[in-house]
Ligand binder design. Structure first.
Ligand SMILES: Cc1ncc(COP(=O)(O)O)c(C=O)c1O
Length: 437
């Protein structure tokens, strides 16, 4: 067994597995070349919470990344819908370098001017009114849940209840995993937070029946496109019905745009395809192009629920995250990335549909769905093995909900790169299906 040489990790005799750097690529930055000749494939000191593909990425350029062995990959995962501008973007990097040299973090005792700049921009883009900043998706959702509960308490409702969905994913804090509709994620963490009413997606009658005569309902909480649950889009008519129902019953409509928002579908926020405005909209992931950031955008019904002392977070709205958000949106606008996401997304879907036409006809591929650059390919069988097989063949993807291949690349992806995704991925899907037949 090869052993790690780095003095940082120190000698260890607990038997981790290492693999050796086999090639040295000229493109590798100096730090990666000098760090170590070995990388841990299993890491005994890091908690074992992720099923990892045994590669370590060293650097990237656009939609391409390199691992520490110098092998290159086309990145169709974008850090799970995070790297809006791809890697090493020529406009983003100097802006962040400038910011880091000035101030990375202050704290919320003081004003952070770019909080107002970014909030104003998000308000303009969403048609809403105010923003709370945090650092992750679950934090944004946690704040949304608190807003909904306080909205209820302010109306005299002591035990507020929130409508949530089958197959939803809202995060892994105790409250957000309770809102999540996946028993695997909840298992072992009970008792779950109470106050959620679960309904199936896209069925307004079932929602009405589940909430009939219940005076404690305060909000509906829904992803515009369920991401982790299998890339399941909410029907636009259903979103319109939700808006109407929430207005009639004085509930908050809270739309989780953490994964599907920030231009990915070709509009700034996926619900805008339904031409509605929510009362609360959590954002994160793509808003900072890789710098951790979260935000809760609120409309007039929810914008003034929190008062000083009701909510806060140390890192939320820090100068580095705010600069990343401001620059991400500026560059997206300058470079027409919404249009690009829509056009390249259509091109990608057309390519996948053509390449998998026979498998769609036979039912081995159940559906290719999504919007813009958020694409799910549902197979009739589990396909988690494809994540590693694609990586071996130079493509980064993910598989979610066991049977759905998820593509959420950077919004700078070109049509040629989309063709390359199809040409690597589809033969591997066919091979998997053949092996199972
Ligand atoms: C729709 C949605 N909400 C919330 C989250 C949680 O975000 P985070 O992992 O940043 O806490 C995710 C993460 O995948 C998500 O897809």
């Amino acid at each position: 067994m090869l052993r790690l040489k780095s003095s940082i990790n120190g000698p260890t005799d607990v038997g981790p597995i290492y693999f050796k750097l086999t090639t040295m690529n000229n493109a590798l930055p100096e730090t990666a070349q000098t760090a170590s000749n070995f990388i841990e494939a299993a890491s005994p000191h890091v908690m074992n919470t992720y099923g990892r593909v045994p590669i370590a990425l060293s650097h990237g350029q656009g939609c391409r990344v390199w691992d520490i062995n110098g092998k290159s990959y086309l990145d169709a995962l974008g850090g799970i819908a995070v790297n809006t501008l791809g890697h090493n973007h020529p406009k983003l990097v100097p802006a962040l370098q400038d910011q880091i040299a000035k101030i990375i973090h202050s704290c919320n005792y003081y004003h952070v001017p770019n909080q107002e700049v970014l909030a104003k921009k998000l308000v303009e883009l969403s048609g809403m009114t105010n923003v709370f900043f945090c650092s992750t998706g679950l934090e944004a959702n946690e704040a949304a849940l608190k807003l909904a509960r306080k909205f209820g308490h302010d109306k005299g409702i002591e035990k507020p209840e929130i409508v949530v969905y089958d197959k939803a994913f809202h995060g892994r804090s105790i409250a957000t995993l309770s809102a999540t509709g996946n028993p695997k994620i909840q298992a072992g963490f009970g008792p779950l937070v109470e106050g959620f009413i679960r309904v199936p997606l896209n069925n307004i009658e079932k929602l009405k029946a589940a909430t009939e005569g219940n005076p404690n309902v305060v909000a509906v909480f829904v992803e515009a496109i369920q991401g982790e649950g299998g890339v399941n889009p909410v029907h636009m008519d259903y979103l319109k019905e939700l808006r109407q129902l929430c207005d009639e019953r004085d509930w908050l409509l809270m739309i989780d745009e953490v994964q599907c928002g920030m231009g990915r579908t070709g509009k700034w926020f996926a619900h805008q395809w339904a031409d509605i405005v929510p009362d609360v909209m959590p954002l994160a992931k793509g808003l900072g192009s890789g710098v951790p950031i979260g935000a809760v955008v609120a409309g007039p019904k929810a914008a003034h629920i929190f008062q000083p002392g009701n909510h806060g977070t140390t890192f939320g709205g820090n100068p580095l995250a705010m600069r990343a958000g401001v620059e991400t949106i500026r560059i997206m606008e300058e470079d027409g990335l919404l249009e690009n996401a829509a056009t390249v997304g259509k091109h990608l879907a057309a390519g996948l549909n053509a390449a998998l036409a026979n498998e769609l006809a036979s039912g081995q591929v159940k559906e290719i769905r999504g919007m813009g650059l958020m694409v799910g390919i549902e197979l009739a069988q589990p396909c988690s093995a494809l994540t590693g097989q694609c990586a071996e063949n130079g493509l980064l993807i993910s598989v979610t909900a066991d049977t759905v291949i998820r593509l959420v690349p950077s919004l700078i992806m070109t049509a040629t790169e989309a063709d390359e995704v199809v040409s690597i991925l589809c033969p591997l899907i066919k091979k998997l299906l053949l092996a199972a037949a």
